[in-house]
Design a protein around this ligand. Structure first.
Ligand SMILES: [Zn+2]
Ligand SMILES: [Zn+2]
Length: 188
């Protein structure tokens, strides 16, 4: 891992651990003010901006009225702003062309006009942890069809305890393993 990447990781940890509720409040108000001024410029309906720890990265807009724009608090300040601008571009597209516009070419040209520089939500330490927590190995007993999920694989072959007690030992088979982690682009 390069020095640059390891610095980024440290920064993400820093972000995850440090901002106080008061700081997040101030951040949220700042994003709200930014939306409000863009809304005046583009004649958009009001939106409530919510900085949330429940999203691992990126943001989402729920169309109103009022719109609700949720922005992950696990990102850097610059990425929060980028995300707000991205979702604001959705609000503009929604006002002009309706709900089906999505990430169309004219969406991206609008987003660019607002200052959106990146097309995907950033990787965050939080996202990595969520992915890790969701990684599951699933085992099935071919005898009684019971299933188990584990975060880590069994180190050696296991027998199903209830089938063994019933006098017909059956070896558990691995039926699902976590997908390899890809640096895929993510919708936001
Ligand atoms: Zn069994
Ligand atoms: Zn989007």
């Amino acid at each position: 891992m390069s020095a640059f990447l390891s610095r980024l990781r440290q920064l993400d940890l820093f972000l995850e651990d440090l901002p106080s509720p008061a700081e997040l409040d101030a951040e949220q108000s700042g994003l709200q003010a930014r939306y409000d001024s863009l809304a005046a410029l583009w004649k958009l309906p009001p939106a409530r901006i919510v900085l949330t720890a429940r999203r691992a990265t990126g943001g989402v807009i729920t169309y109103g009225p009022p719109h609700v724009i949720r922005v992950s608090s696990h990102m850097s300040r610059e990425d929060r702003l980028q995300t707000l601008l991205h979702e604001t571009a959705h609000a503009i597209c929604f006002a002009q062309w309706g709900v089906a516009e999505g990430h169309s070419p004219r969406f991206w040209s609008l987003a660019k006009k607002l200052g959106v520089a990146r097309k995907t939500a950033p990787e965050t330490e939080r996202l990595r942890r969520v992915r890790e927590a969701n990684a599951r190995y699933a085992y099935r007993c071919p005898g009684c069809t019971a299933e188990w999920t584990r975060r880590t694989p069994f180190g050696r072959a296991r027998l199903c305890a209830s089938c063994e007690r019933a006098g017909r030992p059956a070896r558990l088979i691995l039926v699902r393993r976590p997908k390899p982690v890809r640096r895929a682009s993510r919708k936001r």
